[in-house]
Design a protein around this ligand. Structure first.
Ligand SMILES: O=C1O[C@H](COP(=O)(O)O)[C@@H](O)[C@H](O)[C@H]1O
Length: 234
């Protein structure tokens, strides 16, 4: 049984996105005021689109904000399923167009071949990350820590000291590149962003046991070093 994180519940996505965008913007500006720069790691998938739009209008010093992705599908950046595509078309707009973005996909044919280059490209990305926004799949994955991946790949993502790794899910499309657990937990604040009753059920199931390889989101929920706030809306 995992001790529950701070859990904020909203009646609708609009209210959640307003409050989460306010919290993230305030956290980024506070980091800039203290350290002169801020780092933001965002997730892909469908859940964060409305949040990205609201965040993009926030009046903070976006030119001092470094943004990257928690994970990426190994597809070109103009592919409809590319997480970078979503970030570029929704988050890096309006005032946030001035932010410094670095994606995870490069020109190598596979994530396994490209992971070293992306690691080098992120060498100067400010860490600890100030803010990480995570999503969660209905199988309990977060980042691209997929329970269906080969045990060696999943164990590497969960145990390596490396920044990034390659993962091939078997029940989801595309090879992935993902930050490791150690890299994600080296953060000042994590937000877990969930929408819908199904995700709430998955979250509750995740809290009921601590077998991380069955539901890798537990790697984030079962630790107490890095603060995790869960934002859920119906
Ligand atoms: O494949 C992915 O899925 C998760 C969850 O996506 P959603 O569509 O259910 O919001 C996402 O957090 C991750 O970044 C993405 O690559």
């Amino acid at each position: 049984m995992i001790k529950e994180a701070v859990f904020k519940s909203f009646d609708n996505t609009e209210a959640l996105e307003q409050q989460l965008a306010d919290r993230i913007a305030a956290g980024l500006q506070e980091a800039i005021d203290k350290r002169g720069e801020a780092s933001l790691v965002v997730s892909g998938g469908k859940t964060p689109t409305g949040l990205f739009n609201k965040l993009s209008h926030k009046p903070i010093d976006w030119s001092e904000v470094f943004i990257t992705l928690a994970d990426e599908r190994w597809v070109d950046a103009d592919h409809q399923d590319s997480n970078e595509n979503t970030v570029r078309s929704v988050l890096l707009q309006n005032r946030a167009a001035n932010a410094k973005f670095r994606g995870l996909k490069n020109m190598f044919a596979t994530a396994a071949a490209g992971v070293d280059m992306t690691t080098e490209q992120l060498a100067n990305f400010p860490r600890p990350f100030d803010i990480v926004i995570l999503g969660m799949g209905n199988d309990g994955h977060t980042c691209s820590w997929f329970p269906c991946a080969a045990p060696t790949e999943l164990n590497t993502a969960l145990n390596t000291d490396a920044l990034l790794c390659a993962v091939q899910p078997t029940t989801a499309p595309y090879e992935r590149i993902t930050f490791s657990k150690k890299a994600i937990l080296n953060s000042r604040q994590i937000y877990l962003h969930l929408v819908g009753e199904q995700k709430l059920d998955v979250y509750k199931k995740a809290l009921a046991s601590d077998v991380v390889t069955e539901m890798p989101i537990r790697a984030v929920l079962a630790q107490h070093k890095t603060p995790v706030d869960v934002f859920w809306s119906a």
